[in-house]
Ligand binder design. Sequence first.
Ligand code: ZN
Length: 239
Amino acid sequence: MRIVSPQAAGTQPTQAQRSTTVPARGTAGSILTAAERGVEWTARYGCFAECVLDHAGADGEPGWHQAAAANLTAPSGCKPAGTVLTSRVTQVSQDADAFGVETKAWVDFEYRDILELTLPQAHEFAAGLRNFLTEFETSLALLEKLAVADRPGDPEVKAQHMADVEARIQAVNAAELYVFLQDHGIALEAADGPNADALTEPVLVDLEDGPALLAPPGATPGALLLYVHDAVVRRAVQA
Ligand SMILES: [Zn+2]
């Protein structure tokens, strides 16, 4: 893989960056755009030209793309210091055929405290607000340019996509169930015969050969895993 920037090669995401939903970025224009990173990058991640997310590094592939933020920070000397307000033009385009493409300005009021400003700080804040407004209005031109290509998803593709996701989840659950039962020496018995429908919940029973999980008809691997895990924990507590 081609290393395209020192940022991509050298920095690890901080805890704060990992834990926020919206990636924390520096001031507008301080990092490379997708256009600057090149066509290979843009094609690989499906960015619009102005996207500044580091998809190979700290930002990963969150399912959306973002332009640099219009930013307003607290005046110098304020506690806590930090960002007051941001706006990022954001295009959500993951699994676009199923869910569509949607472009919006994501405005985040990040400062959760009261700003107590002296007169000099208030003047600094006023200048910051004017600067923010300029950056915000500039970003609206990008929003207008991108939003014309927004489109809805296809309901049929979406239904198939959701079915595929569900199938993958159940396949993972089935594998985990198999391992769990193996680890605990529990046999799996599917209820059948004329009275099978009478069993509506899974049951962990002790048979002559050892413990067995009786599965009602149609029970999903996920439901069985949840039940048998809880039942084993309960037994361990009672023992
Ligand atoms: Zn991107």
